[in-house]
Design a protein around this ligand. Structure first.
Ligand SMILES: N[C@@H](CCC(=O)N[C@@H](CS)C(=O)NCC(=O)O)C(=O)O
Length: 209
């Protein structure tokens, strides 16, 4: 199996963490989806990473589909419950975490446009989503160790990847003092080998008009 990723991507990190937590042998292909020479469009018409290239020739994209596929083909250790209600709760938190990342991506892209083209209203709208999303995550975690159940699952991995991404593209958002439970959770998750090996770092974003 091969996983096409970009170094800062929280979506790619989610898939990579799952591969590592499940002990699935894989090769990492580092890509730069914004640059010429990217392999993303050849494997995903949307030109986005992560993309999982399976040994039988499938190219699977969107991190949530990759994660669900990995759970099906490598059920151990389980990262999603088997009952529909339990799966739904994990997926809802995953989508919330990914939505925070989407808003961070849109903010970062907007901030990289020519200054005279940047929309203050658009950035404010995305920032509000980030702030509201973090508040909701903090409420959902409360004083628990894990978001759901008594073990780590997709909800925890997705939330931790989103929190880790803030420092890469939205470092001015001060969430740690506001949500100490999320800060402690993030620190615990970042200490895991699967998170250490996938620590995000920035890649250049092109300047769009
Ligand atoms: N919903 C997708 C989002 C993937 C995504 O937006 N990836 C970004 C990198 S963080 C990308 O490849 N962007 C390139 C582009 O939009 O052209 C997922 O979860 O996989």
């Amino acid at each position: 199996m091969q996983l096409v990723i970009a170094s800062p991507s929280p979506y790619a990190r989610k898939a990579r963490v799952v591969l590592n937590e499940k002990g699935i042998a894989h090769e990492i292909i580092m890509d730069l989806p914004w640059a010429e020479g990217t392999v993303a469009p050849a494997n995903n018409p949307l030109g986005k990473i992560p993309i999982l290239l399976t040994d039988d020739g499938e190219a699977i994209h969107d991190s949530s589909v990759i994660v669900q596929y990995l759970e099906l083909v490598h059920p151990e250790p389980p990262l999603l419950p088997t009952d529909p209600a339990g799966r739904l709760e994990h997926r809802k938190i995953e989508v919330l975490a990914d939505g925070i990342c989407d808003a961070i991506v849109l903010t970062a892209l907007e901030g990289n446009r020519e200054p005279e083209l940047q929309s203050v209203d658009w950035v404010a709208r995305q920032r509000a989503k980030i702030v509201a999303g973090l508040k909701r995550l903090a409420e959902l975690l409360g004083d628990k160790t894990w978001f759901l159940d008594d073990r780590m699952g997709i909800a925890d991995i997705a939330a931790a990847c989103a929190l880790g991404y803030i420092g890469v593209r939205a470092g001015d958002i001060e969430w740690r003092d506001e949500h100490p439970n999320l800060a402690a959770f993030s620190d615990r998750m970042e200490a895991r080998p699967s998170f250490k090996i996938s620590a995000p770092y920035s890649q250049p974003i092109p300047r769009f008009r």
